[in-house]
Ligand binder design. Structure first.
Ligand SMILES: [Zn+2]
Ligand SMILES: [Zn+2]
Length: 117
């Protein structure tokens, strides 16, 4: 169990995202969501790849993050609540958080993303 009551600073968040319960839960959520972006799915955008081991499926998995629907910072008590978690692709995730990432630049200069891992 994680006993930190708030996740305000980058350090506190990093500690959370680095914790074992989160890492385990994150994988559960991705499995629950079929390794699909739920946002794209809502928009009718997702092409479901049933072959988990195909190249495209692998690529998709790499690009997925598990998002806190209600922000960790504002709702620390929901940090590990599966109902508050959703699988999203990086594009949708960035949109939600208003981040516009230049990926070509990003690759050269990796920047820490809260829910990236
Ligand atoms: Zn998406
Ligand atoms: Zn998020």
């Amino acid at each position: 169990m994680i006993l930190i009551a708030e996740y305000k600073t980058k350090q506190q968040k990093r500690k959370f995202y680095d914790s074992k319960p989160w890492k385990l839960l994150r994988e559960d959520i991705k499995k629950r969501d079929n390794y699909e972006c739920q946002e794209c799915k809502r928009n009718g955008d997702v092409s479901v790849d049933t072959n988990e081991y195909s190249e495209s499926a692998k690529r998709k998995k790499i690009m997925l993050v598990v998002d806190h629907i209600k922000e960790l910072e504002d709702y620390p008590e929901l940090a590990l609540d599966p109902d508050n978690l959703e699988t999203k692709c990086v594009t949708c995730h960035n949109k939600k958080h208003g981040r516009y990432v230049d990926y070509s630049l990003w690759r050269k200069k990796p920047k820490w993303d809260d829910e990236w891992w």
